[in-house]
Design a protein around this ligand. Structure first.
Ligand code: PMV
Length: 326
């Protein structure tokens, strides 16, 4: 079988990965903890075909351009090297959520590409090996390989991959993503990571991470949102503080981003337990228990500047499906 199709979900980090310890190997400056997001999906089909002169990469119906194409081809090269083949590939990929707006589309994209390409090339990789391979293409992709709640740690190339902390069924947490901007972000996380070290706040954030991570892990294991939420907000703000104070500075927030952050805190004062986090984009991920999700979503939709709300909960790991996109 030279063709395979895989489905993956993006993930939202509770403790963020921002900055690299090793650029080429994609080793992170700090460990991170995330939840996969059910219902938001990337589907990717890969077929290695004899006689093709070059890889063909189609994303959401359009031929991939420049950097996006190069990243896919570079990852196919890693798979080809492992499988000892020089066959070129046909790749088609489809997202059902907006790319490039802080919804971690590279995480689901490279998790799905890793499994589809690996299987199409005849590789048999266990979850750790898949996660490690996905990491090379996009750090956060290593967490999307694993279902549910995932911890990415480990210092070296061999040991740096994500492991499951708890399966999706463990906790009925909800992530309501308030969409306040749909434009592709100006500076993607690939360039952003390289700027982290230029911020005077970076060292302070990295020093705080181990303590916050330990608290976040305990809170996830205890299904305790009131313990998890403040930690998640603290690290999201610390990461955006690093971004804003990098040189050059990265400012992902829109006016409506700030409006959502303030509203979430005001609702908490009123007794509605919701906590926020953000990736490298303007959209705000609002975490709450399933029982509070309808009320929180209603309130989010009423806020000026909120264009849409995507409701999600804990999702599964990357998996093969028996249809294809060709
Ligand atoms: O995996 P990358 O290189 O796209 O970086 C992800 C960076 C953040 O989304 C901002 C944080 C994270 O840990 O997901």
């Amino acid at each position: 079988m030279d063709k395979a199709t895989a489905v993956a979900n993006p993930n939202i980090a509770f403790i963020k990965y921002w900055g690299k310890a090793h650029e080429a190997l994609n080793l992170p400056a700090n460990p991170s903890l995330s939840m996969n997001l059910a219902g938001l999906t990337t589907v990717t089909t890969v077929e290695f075909r004899p006689g093709l002169a070059a890889d063909s990469v189609v994303i959401d119906g359009e031929p991939a351009q420049d950097q996006a194409r190069q990243r896919v081809v570079a990852h196919l090269d890693r798979v080809r090297a492992l499988a000892r083949t020089d066959r070129r590939a046909l790749v088609a990929s489809r997202n059902d959520f907006p790319a490039g707006t802080g919804l971690a589309s590279s995480a689901s994209a490279f998790a799905a590409l890793t499994l589809a390409a690996g299987r199409a090339a005849g590789l048999v990789l266990d979850e750790g090996a898949l996660s490690r391979l996905a990491r090379r293409a996009s750090g956060s992709a290593c967490r999307s390989v694993v279902g549910g709640f995932a911890l990415w740690e480990g210092d070296g190339d061999e040991t740096s991959f994500a492991r499951q902390v708890a399966p999706p069924s463990f906790w009925e947490l909800r992530d309501l993503v308030a969409i306040v901007g749909r434009e592709h972000k100006g500076v993607g996380s690939q360039q952003g990571h390289a700027l982290a070290a230029s911020s005077p706040l970076n060292a302070a954030r990295l020093e705080a991470v181990p303590g916050l991570l330990a608290l976040a892990l305990d809170a996830v294991r205890a299904r305790d949102l009131s313990a998890l939420g403040p930690v998640v907000e603290a690290d999201a703000l610390a990461m955006h503080g690093v971004m804003m104070t990098s040189w050059p500075s990265l400012l992902y927030w829109l006016p409506a981003t700030v409006a959502v952050l303030r509203a979430v805190r005001a609702w908490r004062e009123e007794g509605l337990d919701v906590f926020f986090t953000l990736d490298a984009g303007p959209n705000v991920h609002c975490l709450c228990e399933a029982a509070r999700a309808d009320e929180a979503e209603r309130r989010l939709r009423r806020l000026p500047g909120v264009l849409d709300v995507l409701a999600s909960g804990p999702g599964g790991g990357v998996r093969l499906v028996d249809y294809d996109l060709f």
